[in-house]
Design a protein around this ligand. Structure first.
Ligand SMILES: [Zn+2]
Ligand SMILES: [Zn+2]
Length: 267
């Protein structure tokens, strides 16, 4: 076995995925409840107690909602940057009056690779309105997996990190026109569209047309807005852009969902 990726939940109501090698299982973000995380893992035939670590991209609640519970129940290391950890602890203290404590907190720095079991993790900075947000690439057994969600645009540095990925999990948050005419207040629309907001279908399509190296066997569209996007619009935009590069036969476009886990992607 090479690596596998399971999208357990994706969207503004909670994000959680599992990246695995033959001997290591990493949970990427903990944005749904501990109970729901367990339920979805079990539905895929995965044992939550086989998890080696939890990695956190940033402190927004759709990425950390279940963290305290999961960390307590599983007693496994939780990796995040120092600034993300501080922001998480502050939010938890203010909201729940709890004194946040992680038994096994592991600090990483953006740009510095580290190892979890036999998976090499490289965190990289993404433009988003959080304390110290990151995307990740994972490498094991000759396979590379890239995660880039929650980012206002795709700077050159991020595009560089995403080269050579066999599985690419990319934000396809909103359709610009749907967002523009949709129900959000103007201030929220501005935040979503800003350089530190979320990536539109159109911005992702531009990346596929202009910068993408056509390396991925699977492209996963993630963090879709339920209000300002539609899965079929996101898919159509992505497939149109990928086929413009002649890459559609090679790239399988999958849509990560909010309410149920995707079957594992195996490479
Ligand atoms: Zn966010
Ligand atoms: Zn998010």
């Amino acid at each position: 076995m090479g690596m596998s990726v399971s999208m357990l939940a994706s969207g503004s109501r909670g994000n959680c995925a599992m990246v695995s090698s033959a001997s290591t299982n990493i949970l990427v973000d903990a944005g749904i409840s501990g109970r729901e995380t367990f339920k979805r893992m079990k539905a895929l035939g995965e044992d939550p107690h086989s998890l080696s670590a939890i990695l956190i991209t940033h402190e927004h609640s759709d990425h950390i909602y279940g963290l305290a519970t999961l960390a307590k129940r599983l007693r496994i290391p939780v990796f995040m940057t120092g600034a993300t950890h501080q922001a998480w602890a502050r939010a938890l203290r203010d909201q729940r009056g709890e004194k946040p404590k992680l038994e096994k907190f592991e600090r990483f720095e953006s740009g510095h690779r580290f190892q979890v079991g036999d998976i090499e993790v490289k965190p990289f900075t993404i433009p988003h309105d959080a304390a110290d947000p990151v995307g990740f690439t994972f490498r094991a057994e000759g396979v590379k997996v890239g995660f880039a969600t929650d980012l206002g645009y795709l700077p050159v540095s991020v595009r560089d990190h995403l080269r050579g990925c066999d599985v690419l999990v990319m934000e396809s948050n909103h359709d610009l026109e749907m967002l523009r005419v949709g129900p959000y207040p103007w201030s929220v629309k501005q935040r979503v569209m800003s350089r530190v907001g979320h990536l539109s279908n159109e911005a992702l399509a531009n990346f596929f047309i202009n910068d993408y190296d056509n390396s991925a066997t699977f492209v996963v569209l993630a963090h879709l807005s339920e209000q300002n996007n539609h899965p079929e619009i996101a898919r159509r935009e992505a497939e149109k852009a990928l086929s413009a590069r002649g890459g559609l036969f090679h790239n399988r476009v999958l849509l990560a969902a909010q309410t149920e886990a995707l079957p594992p992607i195996r490479l």
